[in-house]
Design a protein around this ligand. Structure first.
Ligand SMILES: Cc1ncc(COP(=O)(O)O)c(C=O)c1O
Length: 357
């Protein structure tokens, strides 16, 4: 039985993508060579990279004047590359502090300049999205995290920024429509809605770069990768290939608008049950609930053992909550079918019906 994979990341990918990727490991393009044993500068691989870039541009409606890069080092490397590329010497930046990942981004920025935290939800273990804050206009950029994977909170409306707007979209990119033209840099580790870990998508507005007067190490300079079209060094060929396949899968489904509707249906189904069933409660503020990561607790912890046995037996996998929140976290990325969410909901209903002995 194939499992119902609710893992927070790395996470579920479409079955057909996994199948095609496995075939390409053995025999890519019917050329009797593996995808991972041909030159990254060969025509077949350059075509893969070009297609991946075109699909990103098409699916997200990326306007002219932006570069699409596939880099390495994960989203965590972008925590450093963003300030290196945007913060002036003795410069300043504004950040929201909405959890572990935001805090890690702040640490890197602080190593290069001053950071003002303009919105902070640490007072309630990050269970909400700060709102109503003012972004100073005299900072070099403002950074936010669109979806807080660990706490299950998601920005529903991005702030209007008087300065450059940078966003970590690692855990909700391609899950909902966004107006890319509002942003100056968007970055995301591949391993949620795109592909395997190992590449990071960066969408950067070209004209904002090269203004810091800072000496940027070659590999950490966005302009290096723009000028070499993500081929300054050997790119992560396999993660890029699988990302291309996943984006093609998404396009075939009808694109981001179509998947956004399905993601909303899945979220409505699971949150609906959490709110209806007295045995469960959600941990995130209702208006900030993430459609990707649903965090919830059992109100009656004596049911824990029983619940765990039930979901394990049904083939549900990866719903143990992050240690800093506890309870459960069901991640429902693009490739998760609504049928799997229904399986989890049915178990929750059954738990309610089971008589206490
Ligand atoms: C929102 C967010 N940002 C950043 C990261 C870190 O990504 P990476 O492991 O690719 O460095 C994660 C990882 O889960 C994440 O969820």
């Amino acid at each position: 039985m194939k499992k119902h994979n609710f893992s927070a990341g790395p996470c579920i990918l479409p079955q057909e993508v996994l199948k095609e990727a496995s075939d390409a490991i053995l025999n890519f393009n019917n050329d009797n060579l593996s995808l991972i044993e041909i030159s990254h500068r060969s025509k077949p691989f350059v075509a893969v990279l070009d297609k991946a870039i075109d699909l990103v541009k098409e699916l997200l409606n990326v306007p002219e004047g932006y570069s699409v890069l596939f880099l390495q080092g994960g989203a965590s490397m972008e925590f450093l590359m963003v300030p290196l590329n945007l913060m002036k010497i003795n410069g300043k930046a504004a950040y929201t502090n909405t959890g572990v990942w935001a805090k890690k981004a702040i640490v890197e920025a602080k190593s290069l300049g001053r950071v003002t935290v303009v919105g902070d939800s640490s007072d309630k273990n990050y269970n909400y999205i700060p709102k109503g804050y003012e972004i100073p206009s005299d900072v070099d950029y403002f950074h936010c995290t669109s979806n807080n994977t660990i706490y299950g909170t998601q920005i529903k409306e991005f702030p209007n920024s008087p300065t450059l707007l940078v966003c970590d979209m690692s855990s909700d990119i391609f899950s909902r429509t966004v107006d890319v033209s509002k942003f100056d840099i968007i970055y995301a580790g591949a391993q949620k809605n795109m592909g395997p870990a190992g590449t990071t998508l960066v969408i950067v507005k070209d004209k904002i770069l090269g203004k810091t007067k800072r000496k940027i190490p070659t590999m950490l300079d966005y302009n290096t990768h723009i000028s070499k079209e993500s081929m300054f060094n050997t790119p992560p060929v396999f993660p890029i290939y699988v990302s291309m396949l996943t984006l093609q899968w998404l396009k075939n489904l009808g694109g981001v608008e179509a998947i956004e509707k399905v993601n909303q249906e899945k979220a409505d189904l699971l949150y609906g049950e959490i709110d209806r069933n007295k045995l469960f409660e959600g941990t995130a503020a209702k208006e900030d609930r993430s459609n990707m990561n649903v965090c919830f607790l059992l109100t009656n912890t004596s049911k824990e053992q029983e619940f765990n046995v039930m979901w394990n037996a049904a083939g549900v996998s990866g719903i143990k909550g992050h240690r800093s929140v506890g309870g459960y976290r069901a991640s429902m990325y693009n490739a998760m079918p609504i049928e799997s969410v229904q399986v989890l909901v049915d178990i929750m209903k059954k738990l309610e019906q089971n008589k206490d002995d």
